[in-house]
Design a protein around this ligand. Structure first.
Ligand code: PEP
Length: 254
């Protein structure tokens, strides 16, 4: 089944408001030819509303990088799904490896966050991926299986329509090391198989699985042409229009 590609840019903790506005505007102006590929910009919370304002007359979507699962309350420093929605965002990244590594995110909290996002009508980009140690000790498939099954526990087939999975090998994030297209394809096919087992083949065929980990203009086409790679979650290369746009254009041509 042919699935249109989805390219998301994770701006992480980069870009103050004037830089965010400028980058969003450059991407908007220079992506008017893009028709099939979905573009999602994920700025820091502080620039969400501003970036939404900048791109709202285009087909570019906006996403947050995290959320807290409670609706509101005494949770200093946290942001709820409803608050994200009110900034005009349609997506939220959940379970990024930096959240798992530095902020104690687990499969159980990923699951709570996904449910809170979906309940508010947000779409979730759910990240999974193994560390270097795990890859080298041969447990990649087991780690991915646990993250997918525990992370998506209790979701319905309908919920899955609003989910994207991002396979991001931790050893390839921000390191310049990219998984080979074959390594990435192998895990993407495994993830699709897990979704098939958990939710059925109709869901598995449709779900989009992005690859993330040092995607750049030079490697985008070979990665994106793998049969089970439906897009990219881009970190470093999304911070400049000159490096983000060629990735989107590579996706559009496939
Ligand atoms: C990411 O942050 O999700 C990511 C994949 O980063 P990078 O492209 O810099 O490896």
């Amino acid at each position: 089944m042919k699935r249109n590609k989805v390219i998301a840019g994770n701006w992480k903790m980069y870009k103050n408001n004037s830089e965010a506005q400028q980058l969003a505007n450059q991407i908007k102006i220079r992506s008017t030819e893009i028709k099939k590929t979905e573009i999602i910009l994920c700025p820091p919370f502080s620039a969400l509303a501003l970036v939404h304002e900048q791109v709202k007359d285009s087909s570019i979507a906006v996403g947050a990088q995290n959320l807290y699962w409670e609706k509101e309350g005494a949770f200093t420093g946290e942001i709820s799904a409803g608050m994200i929605k009110s900034c005009g965002a349609a997506y939220v990244i959940i379970g990024h490896s930096e959240r798992r590594q530095y902020f104690g995110e687990t499969d159980a909290t990923v699951n709570k966050r996904i449910k809170a996002a979906l309940a508010e009508g947000l779409k979730a980009i759910v990240c999974v991926g193994e560390s270097l140690d795990q890859r080298e000790s041969g447990v990649t498939a087991k780690v991915i299986e646990t993250q997918v099954t525990a992370g998506l526990e209790g979701l319905s087939k309908d919920d899955m329509k609003n989910l994207i999975i991002a396979y991001e090998p931790v050893w390839a994030i921000g390191t310049g090391k990219t998984a080979t297209p074959e390594q990435a394809q192998e895990v993407h096919a495994q993830i699709r198989g897990l979704i098939d087992a958990q939710f059925g083949s109709d869901v598995a065929e449709k779900i989009k699985i992005q690859y993330g980990g040092s995607v750049k203009p030079e490697n985008a086409e070979t990665l994106l042409s793998q049969p089970d790679i439906d897009g990219a979650l881009v970190g470093g290369a999304c911070l400049k229009a000159e490096t983000f746009l060629p990735i989107i254009q590579a996706a559009e041509l496939l």
